[in-house]
Ligand binder design. Structure first.
Ligand SMILES: *[C@@H]1O[C@H](CO)[C@@H](O)[C@H](O)[C@H]1NC(C)=O
Ligand SMILES: *[C@@H]1O[C@H](CO)[C@@H](O)[C@H](O)[C@H]1NC(C)=O
Ligand SMILES: *[C@@H]1O[C@H](CO)[C@@H](O)[C@H](O)[C@H]1NC(C)=O
Ligand SMILES: *[C@@H]1O[C@H](CO)[C@@H](O)[C@H](O)[C@H]1NC(C)=O
Ligand SMILES: CC(=O)N[C@H]1CO[C@H](CO)[C@@H](O)[C@@H]1O
Length: 409
């Protein structure tokens, strides 16, 4: 008897312990979720002065109050959601816990959602954490400009950004890890900063400028950091691009001996040009790069539709973008009319091997040579892939490729 009694008690005892443990865990989990849902309260807690002992007392009160008010808020919200419309709740219960929605025209993977809630495109507008979401945005910028930057070029970038009006969202890609340093500039607080060390413009563009993300912008500038912009105004530039129907463009380059292609050299007698002469043999036809349908990769400007195409052409592993300029024409039709160079708003290409300068000193000499080699290698790889893809396409349709496309770049 005594034995059973002890046994019984000793059996009951772990049960109680268990209950306590489970209650504690549930409490902790609930507390965790409240913390996760309302991180602001957690932040307030950690913002308290550093001397720890008195802050426990304060924190506890603060935390307890916010916990209670959070709980009340949640309960109120939940009961109003539930009370709102029993009809829709009933409906989903009838469906036995499963929804019967299947909308094949929704984006891939989102077919189970009612189309009214599907949000397949985004933007880069900064919002605030409080207030009415409808009132967050005082204006929606229509254009996007991105610079791939290192902090050493800050004065150049500061000058450049000032040539872009408030109608532009400014996005900086930092390849040197320095981001908060830029806050010395007033505009930096409104800019978006993306940091990933030692990557190139096209690497960032592929990862962070998906066409669905930048879908609200009419024009997208994807620029290097070594451009002199004294004679450039972005609003005026866009007026000209619209006027001449340019889907892909760049500002002309001030003539200098560094200029490689005649196409991008500035002409002072016109607003825009779309064709150029090159040395004999450079262009197999008058309407192909580099004599037409061509801009370089240092300061391109894309329309929304053109960018949607070009983004898909960027290869994940070919980070320098060499050769893409020769293929831009594939994205617009007719390319020799919709790709052009704006002479009336021009820039200076300062040819600073900026990214190459990053990290090791004299990067452009020894490691710089390696970068150059990689650029050339990527160019060849891109050309080969493009040719192979094209041949495959035409083979699948059992036709010969058109003459103008069947040529190396
Ligand atoms: C607890 O808080 C009160 C008022 O907030 C303060 O006066 C008191 O010193 C605190 N106690 C401790 C132990 O920090
Ligand atoms: C709910 O599910 C059960 C079994 O899974 C099934 O017998 C019943 O018909 C279902 N009801 C509805 C409304 O789908
Ligand atoms: C911004 O865009 C609007 C609408 O196109 C235009 O009226 C305004 O002049 C632009 N702002 C500047 C500074 O050019
Ligand atoms: C560049 O273009 C100009 C006229 O647009 C022409 O006179 C000149 O010969 C061209 N340069 C080369 C290298 O073809
Ligand atoms: C809060 C809410 O949306 N209530 C709606 C519930 O549904 C009825 C009609 O079924 C509406 O009149 C209410 O406005």
């Amino acid at each position: 008897m005594t034995k059973r009694g002890t046994l019984g008690r000793s059996v009951r005892k772990p049960n109680e312990t268990m209950r306590i443990i489970i209650t504690t865990i549930i409490g902790a989990v609930f507390g965790f979720f409240v913390g996760v849902t309302f991180p602001m309260f957690v932040i307030t807690k950690f913002n308290f002065p550093s001397s720890f002992v008195p802050s426990i007392n304060l924190t506890y009160i603060q935390d307890k109050n916010s916990f209670l008010s959070t709980q009340t808020m949640l309960q109120d919200a939940w009961s109003s959601v539930r009370g709102q419309n029993t009809s829709s709740t009933d409906q989903s219960q009838n469906l036995n816990g499963t929804t019967k929605i299947w909308v094949p025209t929704n984006p891939r993977g989102a077919e189970r959602l009612p189309p009214g809630i599907v949000t397949s495109e985004s933007d880069l507008y900064l919002r605030r954490l409080w207030g009415n979401p409808n009132e967050d945005l005082t204006m929606k910028q229509k254009y996007l400009v991105t610079f791939t930057v290192g902090y050493k070029q800050k004065s150049n970038i500061d000058a450049a950004v000032k040539k872009f009006s408030d109608n532009f969202t400014v996005l900086l890609f930092h390849y040197d890890g320095q981001t908060t340093e830029w806050d010395e500039f007033e505009w930096s607080k409104r800019a978006i900063h993306v940091s990933a060390q030692k990557q190139t413009k096209w690497w960032y563009a592929k990862r962070f400028l998906h066409p669905d993300i930048v879908a609200l912008y009419d024009y997208i500038f994807i620029w290097d950091e070594d451009l002199g912009v004294e004679n450039f105004n972005a609003e005026e530039y866009i007026k000209l691009v619209r006027k001449h129907g340019l889907e892909i463009s760049q500002p002309a380059l001030q003539p200098s001996k560094n200029i490689i292609w005649n196409m991008t050299r500035r002409r002072d007698d016109q607003e825009v040009h779309k064709e150029a002469e090159e040395k004999p043999g450079y262009c197999t036809e008058p309407h192909v790069p580099p004599c037409a349908a061509f801009v370089e990769i240092m300061a391109p400007v894309f329309s929304r539709d053109a960018w949607r195409c070009v983004w898909h052409m960027i290869q994940n592993d070919l980070v320098h973008g060499w050769g893409i300029d020769f293929s831009l024409r594939r994205c617009v039709e007719p390319a020799h009319e919709k790709i052009g160079v704006v002479d009336a708003q021009w820039i200076v290409h300062e040819s600073i091997p900026t990214l190459a300068n990053q990290g090791e000193a004299a990067f452009w000499k020894k490691p710089g040579k390696m970068v150059r080699e990689r650029c050339l290698k990527e160019w060849a790889m891109f050309r080969d892939r493009m040719n192979a893809a094209e041949i495959k396409y035409y083979e699948d349709f059992c036709t010969d490729p058109p003459k103008s496309t069947n040529r190396s770049l």
